[in-house]
Ligand binder design. Structure first.
Ligand SMILES: *Cc1c(COP(=O)(O)O)cnc(C)c1O
Length: 395
């Protein structure tokens, strides 16, 4: 077989490093015994660094959406009003979860591909002081947008509304220090930036969010956050822990923290620059021109080229797994993931596969030296030259 390696350039699941895979393969241990509890305590210390919080970061056995559900059910009660920033598929998911919980939803519609205007959040909160929470994505994976969460937090922290951030495709990829920024709830999933299989979610609350969760007596049996917190103080979870995933998480956190988070973010920024430069050089239109994510890059295809076909060819011919567009962008957008255990060589493979697949699907694709352009942008981003290096959006 000539082609035997599949490259997952998708927004989850993502490739796993060998170290994590070996950790996942270890013998099963018991979740109420010393060895596991010690691991859990170490994981907790490391998660606090990753989340930038002095408070507890809860591991929950569920996919990312489970943590979104847990947040909505724990922080709000039926009849309360929340503001939902809706600029994509995952913003819509917040709306659906909140509606199902019986919350009143004020929708703040944002054009797909754009970041929310922080002033619009401030205006909405001013217009309706009954709003108890603002639900937002940090990285809106369906469009490749990175919402300006830091600026939004500077508004919500001065208000009575809790800021609840879906960081599923952002934590471990772009800086998001929750205490420093004033985020009230930050959550993520295991299968994106954290280099783990799917199945584990992580969630942290601010002190004022904990007050809401503790006062809430209409929560949910499975997602009982105050009870989870009490259990975690003993290195355990309320129900059977996702033992292997926790052990794998300890390993991936060790890797992420090895050279400091700065180095992780610098690499993600450089991969983002690589993709944006390469895709632009191919003549494709970047879908998120201004506020863009650090783990996924989305591009519009040339007119007449079917994106679904492009994604299929890239997979079948080149073993490169890309993501298409969702909803009205289906067939028009391609989303190139650069999260998890992805490096520059994977990213170049992705550019090449996309280029050739677009041509195979009947399109044509800009310059011949898009790879050189991409690598020049990557090197420049890592060089630390003024204007090129990591933007200092963190604390
Ligand atoms: C992937 C993703 C989700 C969904 O996570 P699941 O693990 O599939 O439940 C939610 N929000 C964002 C921003 C995502 O990227």
């Amino acid at each position: 077989m000539l082609l035997n390696k599949v490259r997952l350039l998708t927004p989850g699941p993502t490739p796993l490093p060998e170290r994590v895979r070996l950790a996942l393969a270890k013998d099963m241990i018991h979740h109420r015994k010393r060895a596991f509890m010690d691991t859990m305590m170490q994981v907790q210390e490391r998660l606090r660094i990753l989340f930038g919080t002095a408070d507890t970061v809860l591991p929950l056995s569920c996919s990312g959406t489970g943590a979104m559900t847990a947040a909505v059910h724990s922080l709000f009660t039926p009849g309360q009003r929340v503001l939902v920033v809706e600029g994509g598929k995952f913003g819509q998911r917040w709306h659906e979860i909140a509606s199902q919980r019986g919350l009143e939803v004020t929708s703040l519609a944002v054009p797909w591909g754009k970041g929310v205007e922080p002033q619009a959040v401030a205006d909405a909160l001013k217009a309706d002081p009954s709003i108890k929470g603002v639900l937002i994505q940090y990285s809106e994976t369906s469009t490749g947008v990175l919402h300006p969460v830091r600026e939004v937090a500077s508004i919500t922290r001065e208000s009575n509304a809790l800021l609840v951030v879906d960081g599923i495709s952002a934590v471990g990829l772009a800086p998001c220090p929750m205490d420093a920024w004033g985020i009230d709830c930050l959550l993520t999933g295991s299968q994106k930036g954290l280099m783990l299989p799917p199945g584990l979610a992580l969630l942290a609350l601010s002190p004022r969010a904990w007050k809401s969760a503790e006062a809430n007596d209409s929560g949910c049996f499975y997602f009982n956050l105050p009870a989870e917190k009490a259990k975690l103080a003993k290195g355990q979870t309320l129900f059977t822990s996702a033992v292997n995933l926790i052990i794998g998480l300890n390993e991936s956190l060790d890797m992420l923290l090895e050279n400091g988070l700065e180095a992780v973010y610098a690499k993600q920024w450089a991969l983002t620059m690589l993709n944006r430069a390469g895709l632009s050089a191919m003549g494709l239109t970047l879908f998120a021109p201004e506020h863009f994510a650090w783990g996924i890059t989305s591009v519009l295809l040339p007119a007449g080229v079917d994106g679904t076909e492009v994604v299929r060819i890239a997979m079948e011919t080149y073993g490169v797994c890309l993501a298409g567009g969702q909803d009205h962008l289906k067939g028009r957008l391609v989303r190139v993931g650069h999260m998890g255990w992805v490096d520059w060589a994977d990213a170049l493979a992705g550019l090449y596969a996309l280029n050739r697949s677009i041509i195979a699907a009947g399109g044509h694709c800009g310059s011949r030296d898009y790879m050189e352009t991409a690598m020049a942008a990557y090197r420049m981003a890592l060089s630390g030259k003024p204007g090129q290096a990591l933007p200092l959006i963190h604390s």
